[in-house]
Design a protein around this ligand. Structure first.
Ligand code: SAM
Length: 306
């Protein structure tokens, strides 16, 4: 007996032109309303709940600086600030392709996401995942819509790829996931207008940063326990050598006169790495034990050079 999951295919459109379809009253109201930008993806490590503690730590005159974020992920801090000038980067090419598509062709992303949302089912999920994995390296609008669809419907919004770079997260258990939020995508599009968006490792910044930049680093955190370390590194996580290289980049950018802010977990290794700089502690509300039932506050550090 075969145990493989049945899959269903959904055809996307290559050159979308938006049909003058009648909008529902809710959609029309959403489009009229200029929403505040916020992350359009579920992203592990999102900074949403820490914003009120990070904002008072921004440097004086930050409104005139370029906002540089080399581990952009879901971009919670970037969207909350919506700076006039910004450079965003991340090592994840699919994430970056999606940001670029939202900046350059938000209507195409929305139209394709609408098609995917209408056809959503467990079988369709596996069809989209398979089409998505067949177009690795492509940076099209269709692929960006598939990326958002998978993010909204997969198990826990996880992003995990195998050695070949194929996305392999199973379908989630949401009854009615909100796949398309047009207002949020338009708001993200407005915030991303004119923003430079690059796929790169954090080291690439050294070439580019200058006085007048405000750089916010939110790297994968140093694990707080041996079990967490084992899980993180087994998944190709950021090890202690990577944390040391990041500290070297931080020192170099400090020397070049940029204003720097970095988040990480509050562990002796990180405090030691950044002992030459100002370290504040903030409390992040989140699950603290492995079954997720215990909720409490976990300390994080914010390292600043000003
Ligand atoms: C903690 S998340 C960032 C969360 C983000 N600030 C938010 O609010 O959603 C870390 C990000 O670092 C990226 N990353 C991991 N290793 C990297 C590297 N060597 N260079 C640049 N980005 C990297 C991951 O792809 C991930 O998106």
């Amino acid at each position: 007996m075969s145990t493989s999951t049945a899959i269903a295919r959904i055809d996307l459109v290559k050159r979308p032109s938006r049909p003058p379809a009648a909008l529902t009253a809710r959609q029309a109201a959403e489009l009229r309303e200029e929403r505040e930008p916020k992350p359009f993806l579920k992203w592990v490590g999102g900074k949403g709940r820490l914003l009120s503690q990070l904002t008072p730590l921004l440097p004086p005159g930050v409104a005139r600086m370029r906002h540089v974020e080399p581990f952009v992920g879901g971009g919670a801090f970037f969207f909350a600030r919506s700076p006039a000038r910004a450079l965003l980067s991340d090592v994840n090419p699919d994430l970056i392709g999606t940001y670029q598509a939202i900046r350059d062709d938000v209507e195409g992303v929305i139209l394709n996401l609408e098609i995917l949302a209408q056809g959503h089912s467990k079988e369709a999920y596996y069809g989209v995942r398979s089409d998505y994995n067949a177009s690795l390296g492509d940076t099209s609008t269709e692929r960006a819509a598939q990326f958002i669809y998978l993010n909204k419907t997969c198990f826990n919004g996880l992003h995990r790829v195998n050695k070949r770079g194929e996305f392999n997260v199973p379908v989630g258990t949401y009854v009615k996931p909100r796949i398309l939020d047009e207002g949020a995508l338009h708001a993200a599009h407005r915030a991303l207008a004119g923003v430079e968006i690059r796929c790169a490792g954090f080291e690439a910044l050294v070439q580019d940063a200058r006085p007048g930049d405000f750089v916010y680093f939110d790297p994968p955190y140093e694990p707080v326990s041996e079990t967490a370390r084992f899980t993180a590194y087994a998944q190709g996580g950021f090890d202690q050598d990577a944390q040391r290289k990041l500290r070297d980049v931080y020192r170099e950018l400090d020397r070049r006169g940029a204003r720097l802010m970095l988040s990480n977990s509050d562990v002796p290794f990180i405090r030691e790495l950044y002992s030459d700089f100002h370290i504040d502690t903030v409390a992040a509300p989140r699950a603290i034990n492995c079954d997720g039932r215990g909720r409490g506050k976990v300390a994080e550090v914010v390292v600043r050079n000003y």
